[in-house]
Design a protein around this ligand. Structure first.
Ligand SMILES: [Zn+2]
Length: 187
């Protein structure tokens, strides 16, 4: 086990024959697991490669406002026949407990910065949810029908409920599920 105190990267060598290279963040540290048979040169090569890959993944999970607009456009095309056309899509730190909101009068969508760092398919669900609100304000069957084409709707809702449960209740008491839906402001 090598430990680089400057970059706080910990390299763990695994003796399992099937060991593959993996990397993950553990608080301030980054742990890179490599097979025990790797040479020092291979270690250097793969640690650099895995750190770059990890940073790339984290960047993709924190798209810029411009990327958010593009993503919303792609999702609307793919799942809503391009009918939802937001005037703007941006990150917002002022969403409270909501994951996102849309303002029907001007067609703007805001996504909570709390969603940053979540898996891409969760962000896509939150975006799609708000896009669907541009077409349908409430949470009735007609609204959910708009999201039927997105295969991970249920999974994403479960993911967000789990996050709310941990953050809001500290795991003590389940919060009413409906409160955790992205709400349409002014709808
Ligand atoms: Zn909603």
């Amino acid at each position: 086990m090598a430990h680089d105190t400057i970059t706080s990267v910990e390299v763990r060598r695994s003796r399992r024959r099937t060991a593959t290279v993996s990397a993950y963040r553990d608080g301030e540290r980054t742990v890179v697991a490599i097979p025990a048979r790797f040479s020092r040169a291979q270690e250097r090569e793969w640690v650099a490669k895995m750190l770059a890959r990890l940073e790339d993944k984290e960047r993709r999970r924190r798209p810029s406002d411009a990327q958010l607009v593009q993503r919303a456009h792609d999702l609307s095309e793919r799942y809503l026949e391009g009918r939802a056309r937001p005037s703007s899509v941006s990150w917002s730190p002022h969403q409270g407990r909501r994951w996102g909101s849309c303002t029907l009068v001007d067609g703007s969508i805001r996504i909570s910065t709390r969603v940053q760092g979540m898996p891409e398919w969760v962000l896509d669900y939150v975006l799609l949810h708000e896009l669907a609100h541009l077409l349908h304000a409430g949470h009735g069957p007609a609204f959910w029908q708009l999201l039927e084409g997105y295969p991970r709707t249920e999974r994403a809702r479960g993911f967000l409920e789990g996050v709310s449960f941990v953050q809001d209740e500290g795991g003590a008491t389940p919060a009413p599920a409906d409160d955790d839906e992205p709400a349409a402001a002014g709808a």
